[in-house]
Design a protein around this ligand. Structure first.
Ligand code: ADP
Length: 213
């Protein structure tokens, strides 16, 4: 019992930041820089991915709901098959989300409890779009980037065409919507050297907010 109480006291709410931005804006780059300064970074996309990878805890409920045919030979969810289904069938999308969302939430909370660091940064690509996240973090930090640069980066990183990148961007919040929802903004139009002072400044601010909590 005593051990439990001690464990719970460590899990008191900590100052947390939701880091978001469009595809290729530089979320991962920025998160890595905060991590090097000592912030605890939790990548919700990586958590979501692990759930439906081979051996992931979402695999059994996915089989129960959709059958074996949505699992590939490695035992992971067949992503392209599932994508095709949920793209054409809104009800199937809801059924998949009903499995994944609560699991993402509990796994994220588990990771947050275990994370060591003066404050938490949750990387949430669709934070603005999802609604729920805005209320779970103390501050929203948006990585902002000129759209042309964003497109160039993703074309290079993922070997995609401009129209493929634009199609993904069309499903995400606009630059303007993100800026409106953000408490803090990092402009990532330049190189890493241009990022460093912005990150150091925000880190200092977040440390002082964390102290006040
Ligand atoms: P996101 O996680 O938002 O999709 P990434 O951090 O992966 O974006 O950045 C997209 C691509 O652009 C990556 O290949 C990354 O290395 C590159 N990139 C991002 N920011 C910079 C920067 N300031 N200078 C140089 N390359 C960058």
């Amino acid at each position: 019992m005593q051990h439990d109480a001690a464990h719970k006291s460590q899990a008191l709410p900590r100052f947390s930041v939701g880091l978001t931005g469009g595809i290729g804006s530089g979320k991962t780059t920025v998160a890595n820089m905060f991590s090097r300064l000592g912030a605890a970074v939790i990548d919700t996309d990586a958590i979501a991915h692990q759930l439906s990878a081979a051996g992931g805890i979402a695999i059994a409920p996915i089989i129960a709901e959709f059958g074996d045919s949505f699992i590939d030979a490695s035992g992971a969810m067949d992503r392209s098959r599932m994508r095709a289904l949920v793209f054409s069938d809104a009800n199937a999308r809801k059924r998949l989300e009903a499995i994944l969302h609560p699991l993402i939430r509990s796994e994220t909370e588990g990771a947050a409890e275990q994370a060591r660091g003066p404050y938490l940064i949750f990387v949430v690509p669709l934070l603005i779009e999802s609604g729920d996240w805005k209320h779970r973090v103390n501050r929203v930090l948006a990585v902002d980037c000129d759209e042309q640069i964003q497109i160039q980066r993703v074309m290079q990183r993922n070997a995609m065409s401009e129209s493929q990148v634009r199609a993904i961007m069309a499903t995400q919040a606009s630059r303007q919507q993100r800026l409106q929802a953000a408490d803090d903004v990092i402009l990532n139009d330049g190189d890493q050297a241009a990022l460093a002072p912005q990150i150091t400044q925000l880190h200092t601010r977040y440390l002082s907010f964390a102290d006040l909590l």
